[in-house]
Design a protein around this ligand. Structure first.
Ligand code: 4EZ
Length: 230
């Protein structure tokens, strides 16, 4: 099976490229796509650049041009749930867009007509992840991830996102990637390791923990790939 692995930032896919060893690369639509064989699977790996628009481009290209039949996202996120500490892993059960607002027409925050407020990730990939977590003796959280085109560094905004969407973590690409995969009917999985807690200290924590948290997420994703049926 051909599997897409994406991140938003170079730092999020670097540990994956380092682990797979040799790969070929090609450029398209403003991204570099790396291809290799790993764990008996063909992989296409790329980072999109930050945000919903860039990540939607990259996900679409991986599915349409490269023919990926499954998409795994690896990266970092801001923690909302008090249970989540820096370095902890969370997989998205469902994702939403916290910055969508057409409430002037009576719609709830996050809802776009003919879309859904929440997009659920693939249940089979989540159960595989739960097995991997048990075997690796890693705590893996599951919860709602809220996406928006904002680096959240404010307790107030973070609290609003928690109250409005019951979200446990937030970032800037998961929901757009989920939306692409839902529309192409491709199973997807979004994994994030916490780099900060989206409050006043978020930018300092992010800078300090981006690399180590990205590594935690990448290691886990590669273990999942090894266990996927051929
Ligand atoms: C976006 N990603 C951060 C991009 C940071 C700096 C140049 C994850 C993320 C995040 N997103 C980690 N912490 C976050 C936070 N507090 N708010 C939004 O996916 C770009």
């Amino acid at each position: 099976m051909k599997i897409a692995i994406m991140g938003a930032m170079r730092e999020e896919i670097d540990p994956i490229l380092a682990a797979v060893g040799t790969y070929t690369s090609s450029q398209h639509a403003g991204n570099v796509f790396y291809e290799c064989v790993y764990g008996g699977h063909e992989l296409v790996i790329a980072y999109s650049k930050i945000g919903k628009v860039f990540s939607a481009i990259t996900a679409s290209v991986m599915l349409e041009r490269f023919g990926a039949q499954m998409l795994l996202f690896s990266g970092v996120a801001g923690g909302i749930s008090k249970e989540l500490k820096i370095g902890d892993l969370i997989m998205a059960s469902s994702l939403c867009q916290h910055d969508v607002d057409i409430t002037a027409f009576g719609h709830p925050f996050g809802f776009i007509p003919e879309g859904t407020l929440m997009i659920e990730s693939d249940p089979q990939l989540r159960s595989l992840a739960s097995e991997v977590a048990i075997d690796m003796k890693i705590d893996l959280y599951e919860g709602i991830i809220a996406t928006g085109d904002q680096f959240v560094a404010s307790s107030e905004r973070k609290e609003w996102i928690h109250q409005t969407f019951d979200a446990d973590a937030l970032e800037m690409e998961g929901s757009s990637v989920a939306c692409v995969c839902q529309n192409f009917a491709i199973p997807f999985f979004i994994l994030r390791a916490i780099s900060d807690t989206a409050d006043g200290g978020a930018s300092d924590d992010f800078d300090a923990f981006l690399k180590t948290s990205a590594q935690v997420s990448a290691t886990f994703i590669l273990e999942m790939v090894k266990r996927l049926e051929n």
